[in-house]
Design a protein around this ligand. Structure first.
Ligand SMILES: C[S@@+](CC[C@H](N)C(=O)[O-])C[C@H]1O[C@@H](n2cnc3c(N)ncnc32)[C@H](O)[C@@H]1O
Length: 270
């Protein structure tokens, strides 16, 4: 099986996504979406950004490699009676089922960054966007001191080295790589802007419980614990992550967790 797909089908990202809904809606709310705009949400999960775009009246297609998340997204759509949003399985490295120049807006928030072959991903995103349209990506930043970059960094120290030729998803959080990848897809650098932005993980319980959600349901963290258990180091990984979650928590209330995390917001104007 495709290891990229296996990673995201391993857990249940809906459990993490539930803590990101507020920031997803805020990000989408600032994109100037109007009724009838055609939106592709790539690596959409169960719809943290796709759903608010549909609520604003856009005609939204969510594409994700994980079949369990596509199913969860479509179940939410049915439950909420939305007729302008649907989810389907697809791989950001090859969107062959989508025509050229179809979408006014392609969104990918912490989605396409996790696909292998970043040059193919940039090319596909550009290909399916219509001239005059936009691509908006959210990418975690390598070595950033906030939550997700640190989870991935700590986890890497407990995991076997990646296979030869593996390109870290975090490279999408470096402006020079972003410019190079979209440049190779024909976009001049002056059409690309990168700014730092914040997403907040908001959970109705203490940091230890939010960590338990990551340990139980977030594919990359699950894999790190699997590897750490094999090498007898799971307690060390748990301890480092516990310290991280507690130190990053900004909630004034003891029974809630609010952790802001910095990301690179990339806007490409075509
Ligand atoms: C961190 S989650 C983010 C999900 C969603 N964008 C959100 O903000 O809730 C990463 C998502 O990217 C998807 N993904 C990873 N590799 C992909 C690929 N090659 N093509 C499409 N989706 C992919 C995963 O299945 C997962 O849903």
């Amino acid at each position: 099986m495709n290891p990229n797909q296996a990673l995201w089908e391993k857990g249940d990202f809906t459990r993490i996504a539930a803590t990101m809904r507020g920031s997803g809606a805020a990000l989408v709310g600032a994109l100037g979406i109007t009724r009838g705009v055609k939106v592709l949400d790539l690596g959409c999960g169960d719809g943290t950004t796709a759903r608010p775009a549909a609520v604003l009246g856009a005609d939204v297609l969510g594409v994700d490699i994980a079949r369990n998340l596509v199913e969860a997204g479509n179940a939410r759509v049915k439950e909420q009676g939305l007729t302008n949003l649907r989810f389907q399985e697809g791989d950001a490295t090859n969107l062959e089922h989508l025509d050229d120049r179809t979408f006014d807006l392609v969104i990918s928030i912490f989605g396409a960054m996790f696909a292998p072959k970043p040059y193919d991903v940039a090319k596909e995103m550009v290909r399916v966007t219509r001239p005059g349209g936009r691509i908006v990506m959210g990418n975690w930043i390598p070595n950033d001191p906030t939550l997700v970059a640190q989870i991935l960094k700590i986890s890497a120290a407990y995991s076997p080295p990646p296979p030869n030729g593996f390109v870290s998803p975090m490279t999408w959080g470096v402006e020079s790589h972003v410019v190079e990848r979209f440049g190779a897809a024909g976009v001049p650098s002056e059409k690309i802007s990168c700014v730092r932005d914040t997403y907040t993980f908001d959970y109705p319980g203490p940091p230890s419980e939010l960590l338990a959600v990551f340990r139980g349901y977030y594919g990359p963290t699950m894999n790190a614990f699997d590897a750490a258990e094999k090498s007898g180091r799971a307690a060390g990984l748990q301890k480092e992550l516990q310290t991280l979650f507690e130190s990053q928590n900004r909630s004034p209330s003891a029974d809630r967790t609010a952790i802001p995390a910095t990301f690179l917001r990339v806007t490409v104007s075509l």
